[in-house]
Design a protein around this ligand. Structure first.
Ligand code: SAM
Length: 397
């Protein structure tokens, strides 16, 4: 028995309605009203939608502070954690509808991508702002196990965590590529994980594995942005219009770095030689790109120094033009934030508001509605003249 519940409304009144429709759609959530317990019988959930009783299993073999915790029902598909008791409590307290991960099958299909293995390609034209996927983790692993435990103990915990997942979840975990070699289950984690925090402290740092997301290859100029929200859901949205047949990509690294640094990172930390179009530019084109990235970095420093005497509207416009020329749509929210703040410092409320709205739109795709930067730009967009930055450096053309 399942209930279909409409969830999510967009809180951002100041955005264009076309954009809101993409970023904050109303979604049908499948919420199961019954669950199958360990006894194999069907049981009813309580009013909050959670199964009665503790459905987390804790396994007796722990190493140091780290144990395996598995819940066959969490997020509708099951999850295993290798973590401390404190972090287990943090995850167990998350109250979300039991929605399974979803990839809109109408938007993408699996394809072989030359030089990259498998990947996802668009099966229809996709507009900027459209959601591609919302995915839930199969495995969360505390990062300290790799520095604090012996390798044999790490492998034992990894094997146990995956072995205990429900069969479909285990199968999708094992279907992911592992490209670094060594212990297969650990290799899969390193090839396909995202670093994420479960709290504000260092103890919250984990590697999260989302099998549905793992088919997305890397591009230094990707067409998707992603973020993981506080309920551990991984969201991917289009950051520009995408053509039918185009590969869907995310960036595994900071796209503002110059080519040699990006390539060093993919080769030495991620274990592959990047074959994306931006890394394949001729030396001349790549040198020009690196020059723009270095200028962006210099202008960023000037525009972030709110006492700087040299900042000007022309500098802001040059900075944004370089972002566009560099095709940095997947990481442009911060640039619009700096533009909004600087125009507000110059006492130009109208332009500051325009850039604050662009920053909110980009920020919703890059970091989600709860991000501090998005909240702050909302205040500036609505009340520029009450903002701390208002007219501190009046600029008269
Ligand atoms: C998360 S998986 C992506 C899906 C993978 N291609 C597959 O077949 O399952 C990451 C791996 O894909 C390959 N890959 C991703 N982006 C690439 C790129 N830009 N250039 C070359 N290989 C890439 C690398 O082998 C990398 O370790």
């Amino acid at each position: 028995l399942e209930a279909y519940i409409s969830e999510t409304t967009c809180p951002w009144g100041s955005l264009s309605s076309a954009f809101q429709q993409y970023v904050c759609p109303s979604v049908d959530v499948v919420k199961s009203l019954h669950y199958v317990g360990d006894d194999g019988e069907s049981h009813q959930r309580d009013d909050a939608g959670d199964p009665k009783g503790n459905v987390w299993k804790t396994f007796p073999d722990c190493f140091g502070e780290y144990c395996v915790y598995t819940n066959n029902d969490f997020f509708g598909k099951g999850i295993s954690l290798i973590t401390t008791a404190q972090n287990h409590v943090r995850v167990a307290q998350i109250q979300v509808a039991q929605t399974a991960s979803r990839l809109d099958d109408e938007k993408a299909r699996i394809a072989k991508i030359p030089g990259k293995g498998k990947g996802l390609v668009a099966t229809k034209a996709i507009r900027r702002g459209e959601r591609i996927m919302a995915a839930r983790p199969a495995l969360l692993v505390h990062r300290n196990i790799f520095s604090e435990l012996q390798f044999e103990d790490v492998y034992y915990l990894m094997d146990m965590a995956v072995e205990n997942l429900p069969r479909p979840r285990r199968t999708s975990y094992l279907a992911q590529a592992g490209t670094m070699g060594g212990h297969k289950i650990t290799d899969i984690l390193f090839t396909n994980s995202f670093q994420m925090g479960l709290g504000d402290d260092d103890d919250g740092f984990h590697y999260g594995n989302f099998p549905e997301v793992s088919l997305l290859n890397h591009d230094c100029r990707p067409n998707l942005a992603f973020f993981v929200d506080k309920n551990l859901t991984h969201h991917t949205h289009a950051v520009r219009d995408i053509r039918l047949g185009e590969e869907l990509t995310i960036s595994y690294l900071d796209p503002l770095q110059v080519r040699s640094v990006r390539q060093e990172r993919t080769q030495n930390s991620l274990g592959f030689s990047c074959g994306c179009s931006h890394c394949s530019l001729s030396k001349k084109e790549s040198d020009a790109s690196d020059g723009r990235l270095l200028t962006i970095s210099r202008l960023d420093g000037e525009l972030s120094d709110f006492n700087s005497k040299s900042s000007s509207p022309a500098m802001v416009e040059e900075y944004l033009a370089l972002y566009k020329e560099e095709r940095l749509e997947s990481k442009i929210a911060n640039a619009y934030t700096l533009a909004a703040l600087n125009y507000n410092l110059f006492g130009r409320a109208d332009i500051a508001q325009q850039y604050a709205r662009l920053s909110i739109e980009a920020g919703l795709l890059e970091s989600g509605p709860d991000a501090v930067g998005v909240q702050q730009m909302k205040i500036l967009a609505d009340y520029p003249e009450s903002h701390w930055s208002w007219n501190l450096k009046p600029h008269r053309p």
